[in-house]
Design a protein around this ligand. Structure first.
Ligand code: DSN
Length: 411
């Protein structure tokens, strides 16, 4: 047993478990998986190599692995109503890299939402391979924090990219996939929707689906979808071969079979009525939390949220940088990440905002009433960030508060 063979690692896992239990987890990209997902993830499937795809493997002995991968694929097709699914990308970043490889040559032009506007590093940021190997141009959001589709169109027409990326990491509003489709058609671009953050909300019909507007859809599986850390690429039959080749052998070797099995389990869970209700509550909670923070004088980018997250300009609200605010909150067992806000004048390492999400706390069964309490904790901490005694008191309150909410897969 791990406890006997490697006590330092066992001990640190136990400490991390305690941290998860005793804290309010507001990182928008995190969630708690079920015991079943954890069981599949921690299984002997990790022992097997299976380069290739079901019935087309380079190694023998894949009779069961093939069946598992096919189940994952079929469940994803059914849930998202897509033609083709590749469940092998190890992460969202590798999925997005594979998409670039499938359609572009080095130096070709790609266009995506800038990081500070709520896009993702892999949508063409200059510090990522997506902006280093490819000629990337960015669009942002208007002064009101919403995507301005006229501006997106103008940038697309001026630069005529081969790929247009939509999707979000910190954009809290509904994306008009249809309008992006029109823009992509006007410039002859392939349209990619990265739904990593909102996959669970889309699967349950609580956020518009990019199907059939996007040509290719990428997603991680561990955020609102509540599965293991992994990713998928979904596309029309027309692009299936290019996508599969770009994943393997283009960018990866043997797939993580334990993860693929856990993705299959999560996809089954995501098709239940219970998960549908959970997803709806995630959004209700986010709206409530945004309202409560607004009432307390916080600036929420775009004035609210349509999904599971919000971006709070803490510099404007309480004169703390994102780094200072996230550190103060961590001292009270409340976890958020510092985040740039649109047109941020500060550097990403210490930006003006924090991003707050409700997917994880909703998995613990928290509802609107608890959002009022959490907004109160956040406000007290941020307005008294130098008062160590008060922060210690809030930390104790948070510990007691979280005791009432069990964590799937842990308690
Ligand atoms: N790191 C993830 C997030 O927090 O949104 C995306 O890569």
């Amino acid at each position: 047993m791990l406890q006997d063979t490697d006590n330092p690692i066992y001990d640190l896992i136990a400490k991390e478990k305690k941290r998860q239990i005793e804290g309010i987890e507001l990182i928008a990209s995190e969630n708690y998986t079920s015991t079943s997902v954890l069981q599949a993830m921690g299984s002997i499937l990790t022992n097997k190599y299976s380069e290739g795809y079901p019935s087309k493997r380079y190694y023998r002995g894949n009779q069961y692995i093939d069946q598992i991968e096919n189940i994952a694929i079929d469940r994803a097709k059914e849930l998202f109503k897509v033609d083709h699914v590749n469940v092998q990308p190890c992460s969202g970043s590798s999925a997005n890299f594979a998409v670039h490889l499938a359609f572009l040559n080095v130096g070709d032009r790609t266009m995506g939402m800038s990081l500070d506007a709520g896009g993702h590093l892999t949508h063409g940021s200059k510090v990522s391979v997506s902006g280093k190997y490819f000629d990337s141009v960015n669009y942002g959001v208007g002064d009101n924090g919403f995507i301005n589709y006229d501006q997106v169109r103008k940038i697309a027409l001026d630069h005529r990219p081969k790929l247009i990326w939509t999707g979000l990491s910190a954009y809290s509003r509904v994306i008009d996939w249809k309008e992006f489709r029109k823009i992509a058609d006007e410039v002859g671009a392939i349209l990619i929707a990265d739904i990593a953050h909102i996959a669970g909300l889309i699967a349950t019909g609580h956020y518009p689906s990019p199907v059939p507007h996007a040509d290719v859809i990428t997603t991680t599986t561990h955020k609102t979808l509540r599965g293991p850390r992994g990713a998928m690429i979904m596309c029309n039959e027309q692009y299936a071969e290019s996508i599969d080749k770009a994943v393997f052998p283009g960018t990866q070797g043997g797939p993580h079979n334990h993860t693929i099995a856990a993705i299959a389990v999560a996809l089954k869970e995501a098709s239940t009525e219970e998960f549908k209700k959970y997803s709806q509550q995630v959004i209700l909670n986010a709206k409530k939390l945004a309202d409560e923070l607004t009432k307390k004088g916080y600036t929420i980018v775009s004035g609210g949220t349509d999904n599971h997250l919000m971006l709070t300009d803490v510099l404007k609200s309480v004169n703390l940088s994102g780094k200072e605010a996230s550190l103060a909150l961590e001292c009270a067992n409340i976890t958020v990440n510092k985040n740039a806000v649109p047109n941020d004048s500060r550097k990403p390492w210490d930006p003006s905002g924090v991003r707050i999400g409700t997917a994880a706390i909703t998995s613990r069964g928290m509802k609107e009433k608890e959002m009022e309490k959490i907004a109160q904790y956040i406000d007290t901490v941020l307005r008294n960030s130098n008062n160590e005694d008060l922060i210690k008191k809030i930390k104790l309150e948070v510990k007691n508060f979280t005791k009432n909410f069990l964590i799937p897969g842990i308690n």
